[in-house]
Design a protein around this ligand. Structure first.
Ligand code: PHB
Length: 392
């Protein structure tokens, strides 16, 4: 037996994009059902990146989606680029008038889930989408298998694929055309450790041994990454070997060490779906695009997509005005490709490729120097890192 439910917007994916969209739509009186294949616990405990642009923080706090981001997040007014053993600070407020916040994504997800459940959002975990159809009509639908094994059919007026890089909604939108895609010959070995901070701001370090990023989580927990092979096994290194690899990549700072409580290998890719919308279905967040983590753009791009889509859906569903949904893909693409460029640029400028020649290495140092020694160069980096203003 199939249980049929009706809603205005069927949202696939309870990550930052899907949850924030349901939150913004509810504010306009537009009801939605949010489905996710994962359990609440899995969503709330998966470690992801942590840098939020000022505009992302503003949206999360002003709309009540997260009341902790300002209280518990920490404002960062700059980052350091380190190369040839020397640090060069990029000061965000003086260059752009903006800052960023360090607030782990899973904390933002806890806030969003709590806010949505308090508002009686229909939010279904452990529910696997099995089909999406009729998206070129006014009555698209999603079918799914619920946590208890029941078959569901959700009839909606719009379907949103916010279901991450392995999106099941994506094929319905892009057909067989897929997307623009690039792989990188390196990955990040990430750790969480019990230690005091080694630096009060993030350090992006280029060294002959490879790239490292020194990030933070709290006064007692730190997040750090070092460049590794995409095929690396996170369990193959001892704690001593991990600290040695990290320390070799951050010359000039003596890292404060401590027990490593989590380790993972993050593979890099750049991806943009060829189509972001077909009829009454759109893709947002990682379902639409993936960036390597070096530019810290992932969640910020998802939030910018959703702010744009919320406006377009309000116009469409409350006023039958198609104009914003008709231009959604084109408008979103402008920011997406700027972020793709920035993420690719930071990645290629900071990592060392195994096959880099002596020329490539010196050219890279020349590029880093051109950025840090020029106010225009620092401003370019700071504008992109702190985030371009949301579309008016
Ligand atoms: C993190 O803290 O996990 C983090 C920060 C900045 C990045 C990527 C990851 O660019």
């Amino acid at each position: 037996m199939t249980i049929t439910a009706r809603t205005r917007v069927a949202i696939v994916g309870a990550g930052p994009a899907g949850l924030l969209l349901s939150h913004l739509l509810a504010d306009a009186g537009i009801d939605s059902i949010v489905l996710d294949r994962r359990s609440r616990d899995e969503i709330e405990s998966t470690i992801r990146a942590g840098i939020l642009e000022q505009e992302t923080v503003r949206v999360l706090s002003e709309t009540g989606a997260s009341d902790r981001v300002l209280a518990d997040g920490s404002r960062h007014d700059g980052i350091e680029l380190r190369f040839e053993g020397e640090g060069h600070r990029i000061d965000f407020p003086s260059l752009t008038g903006r800052s960023v916040w360090l607030y782990p994504q899973h904390e933002a997800l806890k806030d969003l889930i709590a806010a949505r459940l308090a508002a009686r959002q229909d939010l279904r975990f452990e529910t696997t989408v099995t089909g999406v159809g009729d998206i070129e009509t006014d009555r698209p639908w999603v079918t799914a298998t619920a946590a208890d094994g029941a078959d569901l059919r959700i009839e909606a007026e719009f379907v949103v694929g916010a279901d991450g890089s392995r999106s099941v909604v994506r094929p319905a939108v892009t057909g067989s055309s897929g997307g623009y895609f690039r792989e990188y010959p390196f990955a990040w070995f990430g750790i969480l450790c019990d230690a005091p901070p080694s630096s009060h701001e993030l350090i992006y370090s280029n060294s002959p041994a490879g790239f490292a990023l020194i990030s933070q989580r709290s006064p007692t927990i730190q997040r750090m990454y070092f460049q590794c092979d995409p095929g690396a096994d996170p369990n193959a290194l001892s704690e001593g070997e991990i600290w040695e690899a990290l320390q070799a990549r951050v010359p000039g700072t003596a890292l404060a060490t401590g027990p490593i409580v989590q380790r993972d290998v993050l593979r890099f890719r750049s991806f943009v779906a060829h189509e972001l919308r077909r009829g009454r279905a759109v893709l947002v967040g990682d379902a639409a695009h993936t960036v390597p983590p070096t530019g810290a753009k992932g969640m910020n791009l998802a939030v910018a997509d959703v702010v744009l889509l919320d406006r377009a859906l309000r116009a469409l569903l409350l006023e039958s005005d198609h104009r914003l949904i008709d231009t959604f893909a084109e408008t979103a693409s402008t920011r997406i490709w700027k972020a793709q460029h920035f993420s690719w640029w930071m990645t290629s400028m900071l990592h060392t490729a195994a096959d880099a020649s002596a020329f490539d290495r010196r050219r890279q140092l020349g590029e880093l120097r051109s950025v840090v020694e020029s106010e225009a160069g620092r401003t370019f980096l700071a504008e992109a890192y702190t985030g371009w203003p949301h579309e008016a």
